[in-house]
Design a protein around this ligand. Structure first.
Ligand code: SF4
Length: 170
């Protein structure tokens, strides 16, 4: 029903910062149901530039989910995507060495319900990871620069989804 492909590219932090556009990205985040409801999502209590600049490089990782049948129902594709996104996030976390920090795609998935909705502290701070978009990075522009453009519409014969993350290294 689907195949997966993985891409990776190493960038300096300065190369990553070329895709930093926090005002524009946060505006887009405001239309998501997770905005201000998950601790890993905006608005963040973090000085992003200071934090990002404490690392020396990033390994961008892209996981492509290529569906093999045309005309699949979007809900069916989204179910596969969510399962792949979480598995990819767990894989990125397993790749962290001391001092590294991975960035997963989308919202934190560690708890069924995030405590932020009740204004209570995060219960698994050691497992919570930000996404590139939550930090203000343009994921579409990053994927394009890596040669794997995101498709926002699924017309045609070869629908695919991408999940874009990375590993920040000291
Ligand atoms: S670990 Fe749980 S409480 Fe913390 S951000 Fe993730 S979902 Fe929310």
């Amino acid at each position: 029903m689907f195949e997966t492909y993985d891409f990776e590219i190493q960038w300096t932090i300065n190369e990553l910062l070329k895709h930093y556009d926090p005002i524009h990205v946060e505006e887009a985040c405001k239309s998501c149901g997770n905005y201000n409801k998950v601790w890993s999502c905006p608005p963040l209590q973090l000085d992003v530039k200071d934090w990002i600049e404490s690392f020396s490089k990033i390994i961008i990782r892209i996981h492509k989910i290529q569906f093999l049948q045309p005309n699949l129902h979007k809900d069916e594709m989204l179910k596969v995507f969510e399962s792949e996104r979480q598995a990819f996030g767990q894989f990125l976390m397993s790749e962290e060495l001391s001092g590294d920090q991975c960035l997963i795609a989308g919202h934190c998935f560690q708890c069924e319900f995030c405590t932020k909705e009740k204004n209570l502290p995060c219960v698994k701070k050691d497992k919570m990871r930000y996404s590139l978009e939550a930090l203000g990075f343009e994921v579409g522009s990053i994927a394009k620069a890596c040669g794997v453009p995101i498709k926002w519409h699924f017309e045609g014969e070869n629908p695919y989804y991408l999940t874009v993350g990375g590993l920040l290294k000291k």
